[in-house]
Design a protein around this ligand. Structure first.
Ligand code: F0G
Length: 457
């Protein structure tokens, strides 16, 4: 696979250092074998998330200096409105401080006790806001997403047949919202096809259920549609994005991903003025006045510019090309991952690499810790360690998958960094049978993976 060279040159650098193996062993022991407890200064290549970790361009930094910090009627707010309208084709937009803030504003508008939200897959915070609103979140991804080996171009798709069954089962009046997450992060950054989005929106319209798009990685999704779906090869990323968004009535977006900013979010409302009034009324007490929504004027300016840069084809080709380059190297080395490679991350199949480590000794966490010890790479477990215990029985849940997620920040690492990652994985694979798992020595009751303490077996 070709490496598409960076469509930019570097004019500012941030030094990173490689600690010795002994130093890393000491740091990870001090962190109680929890990657979230590591100081980022002790990390060489940080693949914990692609969220808010991208590099802004000279244009964006220039925009930061031009930010209008007026409380109301800010010039930067106007620029953001123009930029967003150009991309999404919606009438109204509300900035907020990040994706989950958009969810906090929007979910209670549609959901309450007794209702359900159905999504191709809810991201953790989306699920949390559905549940905080009193409703229940149901995932409805196609079954091909469960197969990590065989190729499917759009493993993030909604299972539309099952969607109909679910609507009939709960009753359409009980389904408060259908959420389409593009790309499908929890399934491995897998895209959703235009045909699938269109079909979902038809079903929603038939039952009179509103559609919300979780737009965190919408531009990456548009790129995959252009590459893989018939009829879209000659359309621009913006044309594809506009069609995608035409199938929803509202969107929530973390702008920390495809808008390439370090902090920010956006709500879009297609055309319903009453809906926009509600969004405004809810945003003011929760996030701040409508023309800033919890952000500084300079952040609005950077978002306006980043939205445009994030839809640039050469950039997306390089960006997704990086993940595909990593994947091709792993194919050669016989290392399994959720295939095909997703848009923002590779999910390494730790079950296949460490088959002798049972789920209750956390193979994906073991691999994440080994990557740190081997080369100072920080990744994270998306498997039994993250799943935690069954709240009723207290028993460790056995996750269907044991993935170690390598999320790649935007415009940050070079081909050489990617080669370091591949070399580290190959070295670990060669001595995989000698690795032991971990056990938890302390854990909090919920979301334990962030703060739990572990020890090697
Ligand atoms: N929706 C999706 C699909 C996401 O991936 C995220 C964040 C959010 C919503 C929430 O946005 O962080 O700005 O509040 N995903 C990050 C990740 C944290 O690492 O995958 P936020």
């Amino acid at each position: 696979t070709k490496y598409y060279a960076e469509p930019f040159k570097i004019k500012m650098v941030e030094p990173i250092k490689v600690l010795s193996r002994e130093e890393r062993e000491e740091k990870i022991q001090k962190a109680n074998y929890n990657v979230f407890a590591l100081d980022s200064d002790d990390v060489y290549i940080d693949l914990l998330t692609d969220s808010g970790t991208g590099a802004m361009s000279d244009q964006q930094w220039g925009g930061v200096m031009m930010g209008d910090e007026a409380y109301s009627g800010s010039r930067s707010f106007k620029r953001l409105m123009e930029s967003a309208k150009d991309i999404f084709g919606y009438e109204y937009f509300q900035p907020v401080h990040q994706g989950r803030a958009a969810e906090k504003v929007v979910m209670p508008m549609y959901l309450e006790k007794g209702k359900v939200a159905i999504s191709n897959m809810h991201f953790d915070t989306t699920r949390a806001h559905v549940e905080l609103a009193g409703a229940r979140a149901i995932d409805c991804v196609i079954k091909e997403a469960q197969d990590t080996v065989n190729y499917h171009p759009f493993k993030g798709n909604m299972d539309n047949e099952r969607l109909v069954t679910l609507i009939e089962k709960y009753g359409p009046e009980k389904v408060g919202l259908i959420i389409i997450t593009v790309t499908n992060n929890s399934a491995g950054g897998q895209p959703v096809s235009m045909e699938n989005i269109r079909e979902t929106s038809k079903i929603a319209a038939k039952y009179n259920i509103p559609v919300c798009i979780d737009a965190a990685r919408y531009a990456e999704n548009a790129y995959f549609i252009k590459q893989r779906e018939e009829g879209y090869a000659d359309k621009s990323i913006k044309e594809i994005a506009r069609e995608m968004f035409s199938y929803g009535e509202i969107f929530t977006m973390s702008a920390k991903k495809d808008a390439i900013i370090n902090m920010g979010g956006l709500i879009g409302i297609k055309k319903d003025t009453a809906l926009y009034e509600t969004v405004k009324a809810r945003t003011i007490p929760l996030e701040g006045f409508i023309s800033y929504g919890g952000l500084a004027g300079r952040d609005l300016e950077a978002m306006a510019i980043g939205l445009q840069e994030g839809t640039n084809f050469d950039y997306l080709q390089y960006r997704i090309g990086q993940i595909e380059y990593l994947a091709a190297k792993l194919d050669k080395a016989g290392i399994a991952y959720q295939s095909p490679a997703g848009g923002h991350a590779l999910f390494i199949d730790a079950k296949k690499m460490l088959p002798h480590i049972p789920y209750y000794q956390f193979p994906a966490q073991t691999l994440a810790l080994e990557l740190y010890k081997e080369a100072g790479i920080r990744s994270c477990d998306i498997g039994s360690y993250m799943m935690g215990n069954n709240p009723d029985t207290g028993q460790q849940i056995e996750s269907e998958f044991e993935f170690t997620r390598l999320a790649v920040p935007r415009r940050v690492y070079t081909q050489s960094h990617l080669d370091v990652i591949v070399e580290a994985l190959i070295a670990i694979k060669e001595r995989a049978d000698q690795l032991n798992g971990y056990e938890i020595t302390w854990e909090p009751p919920i979301l334990r993976h962030f703060t739990a303490k572990l020890k090697p077996l």
